[in-house]
Design a protein around this ligand. Structure first.
Ligand SMILES: Nc1ncnc2c1ncn2[C@@H]1O[C@H](COP(=O)(O)OP(=O)(O)OP(=O)(O)O)[C@@H](O)[C@H]1O
Length: 255
């Protein structure tokens, strides 16, 4: 579980995050949603320590991240896995070597154990057959699955995904969403996903934080989205006529 308490962040005189409090629960896919420029990335950067908030607390299972010394922070970072917008794989390394990379850097396992662990993770994302290929030889969706395998190689307790579906078609996005959701439940991780993808919101939104112009506008889950009366949220989520129709149909089922 990651708790944030009254987070503020500004750049010079521009306030980007204002008084954001939220609890990201473990075993759940926690989504941060909001319009472009609303502050999602800045918030995620504050969570992982790439930016320092001006005020507030970030608690990793009760451990205060912002007041930790360097050594404690370094050790906590090993409990974090990250998946970036681009899969960010190393082109000159094979798929297996990419997944082994964090193990080579941070684990005490011997070579054979590292290979075994990397192969286990590749098998988990259904890509063991591609282990000898290079990133340039596999599809974008497969690259994202390699990135997931690499992110879970060190068995993180906390998984951060920044727009994991960017550049993927809807069907492949669904596969990635389901995979991240299943892994989160299976390993009881605290997973936080920044997304614009409405299919993700309605599909894997176990817990949702909606940010509007740097403040928390709404929180809830995918089922509550349909009955939400928050106008800004509705304008954001149900921007398309098709989704508005789905919402009306779902709401009439509840009555
Ligand atoms: N290092 C920085 N210095 C100054 N302003 C910044 C910096 N980083 C972000 N911002 C500003 O903070 C605001 C929020 O940006 P952020 O990247 O968090 O938005 P976002 O919600 O992630 O958008 P998107 O969905 O487009 O990625 C923007 O106005 C951005 O210009």
């Amino acid at each position: 579980m990651i708790e944030i308490k009254s987070i503020y962040k500004s750049f010079e005189d521009k306030n980007v995050l204002e008084d954001i409090s939220f609890t990201f629960e473990n075993g759940k896919t926690n989504l941060i949603i909001g319009q472009s420029g609303s502050g999602k990335t800045v918030l995620m950067k504050c969570l992982v320590g790439l930016l320092a908030p001006n005020k507030g607390e970030v608690l990793y299972d009760g451990r205060n991240f912002l007041t930790m010394d360097k050594k404690e922070k370094k050790s906590l970072r090993r409990e974090m896995g990250m998946i970036f917008q681009s899969a960010a794989l190393f082109d000159s390394l094979t798929v297996l070597e990419n997944v082994m990379f964090p193990l080579d850097m941070f684990s005490n396992k011997n070579y054979n154990e590292r290979v075994k662990r990397a192969q286990f993770c590749l098998d988990r994302v259904n890509l063991l057959d591609a282990q000898k290929k290079y990133p340039g030889e596999i599809s974008g969706g497969m690259q994202k699955r390699v990135a997931i395998a690499r992110a879970i190689a060190l068995q993180p307790q906390y998984l951060f995904c920044d727009e994991p579906n960017s550049g993927l078609d809807p069907k492949t996005s669904l596969v990635i969403d389901e995979l991240v959701h299943d892994i989160t439940t299976e390993y009881n991780m605290t997973t936080i996903i920044n997304t614009h993808d409405m299919n993700s919101v309605l599909g894997i939104g176990d817990s949702i934080l909606y940010i509007y112009q740097g403040h928390k506008e709404w929180e809830g889950n995918k089922d509550q989205v349909f009955s939400a009366t928050n106008e800004r949220l509705n304008n954001f989520i149900f921007a398309s006529d098709l989704l508005r129709k789905v919402k009306t149909e779902e709401a009439s089922k509840v009555k």
